[in-house]
Ligand binder design. Structure first.
Ligand code: PHE
Length: 347
């Protein structure tokens, strides 16, 4: 009897203790941990009470077992209730913290875009490729021979003054024109030839429309029976594609030592349609490139039989085209990498 009384007291104490402890718990993790301490079958304060059964006289065993079970059931449901309460609270807090507003405007992704001159270069390359031109890329350092002499511009030729040259040595220079590539192409390949050659060129020249470094695209066609008409026909197509379907071309006589005849090519103003505006300075026409029939002296110098073959060539300034197309009035804007300018130009 003493045993049962003693144990009943112990049970009551445990119940009180557990009650006190559970009131202090604050989250589901501590509920889980304290539950192990209390209800574990071997070591738990309540869980292990059944082990005391041996000490109880037989006739009181049932009574004791009932008391222990009652305590266990009470504790279990207390734990469950607390656990459910904390879990619900924790879930609510988690939802709160992970809440997203799907109606919020998304963060804008910054898109990069190609430099305007690169855009023009790509557009021109595409147009010429669609006309059957191959691409040849020359080198920026050239010899005096390829840049001038082979292009019918020997040492004392006055046309050398047209292009103020950066010499690296008496023999080497920074090419002043992609025309130097014409010679390399003709030396490497027999006609028919149909190439365009884009690249940087250099001249000691610096104002609102000139920069010491700029970009050209050279074109060269050599085949049987090529005339100025072929050049005109090809250019008519080209300008329509780059400036719009209504654009017309006009050839004006000009001079380059490596073409004869030489022409300056104007396009009808694509802004005013030819009536006269600020862009075309009231003339209705805008100069876009230099061109001509390849001078026989140049062809012969490259071993091309001029009885059989003739050709035309043209050179386009890409910065000039970019300035015209995108309404840029100072060439420096194309070299300053000011994002406020560059971001506006995305064709
Ligand atoms: N190379 C010339 C220049 O830079 C342009 C040109 C190229 C003219 C081909 C005629 C033929 O001014």
């Amino acid at each position: 009897m003493a045993e049962l009384n003693e144990l009943s007291e112990k049970i009551a104490k445990i119940k009180q203790e557990v009650q006190n402890e559970l009131e202090k718990l604050e989250n589901s993790k501590s509920v889980y941990e304290y539950k192990k301490v209390i209800l574990d079958g071997k070591t738990g304060k309540i869980g292990s009470l059944m082990k005391e059964m041996g000490k109880i006289p037989n006739e009181q065993k049932a009574d004791y077992g009932k008391k222990v079970n009652e305590l266990k059931t009470w504790a279990q449901s207390y734990f469950e209730e607390l656990d459910a309460k904390f879990k619900q609270e924790e879930m609510r807090r988690r939802y709160e913290s992970e809440k997203i507003d799907v109606t919020m405007p998304a963060k804008k992704h910054e898109h990069g875009n190609l430099h305007p001159v690169t855009q023009v270069r790509n557009q021109l390359t595409d147009i010429f490729a669609s006309m059957g031109f191959e691409i040849y890329e020359g080198t920026e350092i050239e010899t005096d021979y390829y840049n001038f002499t082979a292009l019918n511009t020997p040492q004392d030729h006055p046309a050398r003054d047209m292009q103020d040259t950066f010499y690296l040595s008496p023999e080497y220079l920074l090419r002043t024109q992609t025309s130097a590539g014409q010679i390399h192409v003709m030396e490497a390949k027999k006609p028919p030839i149909k190439v365009v050659s884009p690249g940087k060129v250099f001249r000691s020249d610096d104002d609102a429309t000139h920069s010491p470094m700029f970009t050209q695209m050279e074109g060269l066609v050599v085949d049987k029976g090529i005339t100025l008409c072929d050049l005109k026909g090809m250019l008519d197509e080209f300008v329509k594609k780059i400036f719009g379907k209504e654009t017309k071309t006009r050839l004006r006589p000009s001079y380059f030592p490596f073409t004869e005849p030489s022409v300056e090519v104007d396009v009808s103003c694509f802004q005013c349609g030819g009536c006269g505006c600020k862009l075309c300075k009231g003339t209705g026409w805008i100069e876009v490139l230099g061109a001509g029939v390849v001078n026989n002296k140049v062809l012969e110098g490259c071993g091309v039989d001029t009885n059989e073959y003739s050709g035309f060539a043209f050179g386009i300034g890409l910065e000039r085209i970019a300035m015209l197309k995108y309404g840029i009035n100072n060439i420096k804007l194309l070299f300053e990498s000011d994002l406020r300018v560059l971001k506006q130009i995305d064709d």
